[in-house]
Design a protein around this ligand. Structure first.
Ligand SMILES: [Zn+2]
Ligand SMILES: [Zn+2]
Length: 176
């Protein structure tokens, strides 16, 4: 399968005139350059930042430190985050803020309700088939290409935007 590449935008001026710099450069050196404003950045693919999970019983200083680190990383335009990583960092920041504000429990309950509301529909609205698949967006994680081949999910490409279909029918290919 040909990887569906998202067209990258400059994190500073949002121009799409982005040049990919030659590979083989030292780690940490810029990998992309904006031809409109000259800004350079490196694409971050690895999770090597703040903690993966936050719990309300962690020491407050640790949560505050974590929040600071995550917020800094999100604001840093010289390191552009892979979309999945960016999303999890944003969630991390939200969770940390709720824990520190004492509203974490209400937030967690609301999240569970929202998730339940998003449960997978049982039937395709077009043909009534029960072969409903989830469309997975973002850069495919290890094993996801195989899962798609096995008909367990559908890869929707790396561009993540509002209003994209969440489900696909395994029989008639209808998406909604
Ligand atoms: Zn730019
Ligand atoms: Zn269908």
């Amino acid at each position: 399968m040909e990887a569906k590449r998202r067209s990258m935008r400059c994190p500073v001026c949002r121009s799409r005139r982005v040049l990919e710099l030659a590979k083989g450069s030292a780690t940490g050196s810029p990998s992309h350059e904006c031809r409109a404003c000259g800004h350079r950045w490196s694409m971050m693919l690895l999770i090597d930042g703040p903690l993966a999970f936050l719990t309300p019983w962690m020491p407050r200083e640790q949560i505050a430190e974590d929040l600071r680190e995550a917020a800094e990383l999100l604001a840093d335009t010289t390191r552009v985050l892979e979309p999945f990583y960016r999303r999890s960092l944003r969630r991390h920041v939200t969770e940390a803020r709720h824990i520190l504000a004492g509203t974490w429990e209400a937030y967690a309950r609301r999240r569970i309700r929202v998730r339940a509301g998003r449960a997978r529909p049982r039937r395709c609205p077009a043909c009534g088939s029960r072969a409903v698949l989830r469309i997975q967006y973002g850069y495919p994680a290890p094993g996801m290409l195989e899962a798609e081949k096995a008909g367990k999910l559908v890869l929707g490409g790396c561009v993540v935007e509002d209003g994209q279909p969440r489900h696909a029918c395994g029989d008639c290919r209808h998406e909604w």
